[in-house]
Design a protein around this ligand. Structure first.
Ligand code: GAR
Length: 237
């Protein structure tokens, strides 16, 4: 059995993937312990799940931060080590010529700095995004992935990447008329849902299936896939 790795988790909502990982850790099915659960949204069910399991929690309220940025971002609001040119050049999330690009990157980096203040206070081997519905700028990624060439931020996506990136993987799969759906665990990079794939699971979509059926089948696969990918990481560390 691999040594137990320390896993930080980030969520935005119900946290059923988080629960699957909590259970896998508790039942020693994977060599991991969860050291914290952070959320970009207050009072979500996933935070309750973490608290019930005795895991430290914190919230960085993205919606409130972005709203307050709309009234203006002063240089002093930005992290002291924020370099817009560097981040704009590296990122693959927004079109640099778009007039909202700088606002997007600055407002996210302000939120990311608050996340980093929590996250970096923990000893952590791997950061697991378990239904975290925000993308990260290079400002955040570079401060977690500090060893060149070593990824340590994992994400689960509700589609068979590289098909259907974005915020509604199962919906996009279903509306396209696909006969097979699936989920993907991958490391994140500077793009949206583009990093190296660690594992995938597929399921059949029957003609009579509704979108709810697709989501139900998909989530059941996610709960198997995510712990297995974390275990793979633990064994390779
Ligand atoms: C899951 O289906 C996950 O794949 C998806 O959100 C859901 C979270 O469910 N993640 C994304 O779409 C990330 N872009 P959960 O909160 O019950 O784990």
């Amino acid at each position: 059995m691999a040594r137990k790795i320390k896993v930080g988790t980030l969520i935005s909502g119900g946290g059923t993937n988080l629960q699957a990982i909590i259970d896998a850790c508790k039942e020693n099915r994977i060599s991991a312990d969860i050291v914290f659960t952070g959320s970009d949204t207050p009072a979500v069910k996933g935070l309750e799940r973490a608290e019930t399991a005795g895991i430290d929690t914190f919230v960085v309220d993205y919606a409130r931060i972005i709203q307050s940025c709309r009234s203006g971002i002063a240089d002093t609001d930005l992290p002291a080590d924020f370099d817009l040119d560097d981040i704009m050049a590296k990122q693959k999330l927004v079109d640099p010529s778009d007039e909202t690009a700088a606002f997007f990157l600055k407002s996210r980096a302000i939120a990311e700095k608050q996340l980093l203040d929590y996250i970096l206070s923990y000893d952590m081997d791997l950061l697991v995004l378990a239904g975290f519905m925000r993308v990260f700028t290079p400002y955040f990624i570079d401060r977690i992935n500090t060893v060149p060439g070593k990824h340590r931020i994992m994400n689960i996506h509700p589609a068979l990447l590289p098909a259907f990136p974005g915020t509604d993987g199962y919906g996009d799969t279903f509306r396209y008329g696909c006969k097979v759906g699936g989920c993907t665990v991958h490391f994140i990079d500077y793009g949206e849902d583009t990093g190296p794939i660690i594992g995938q699971k597929a399921f059949e979509i029957e003609d009579a299936d509704t979108l709810d059926d697709v989501k139900r089948k998909g989530l059941a696969k996610e709960w198997e896939l995510y712990p297995a990918c974390i275990q793979k990481f633990a064994e390779l560390l």
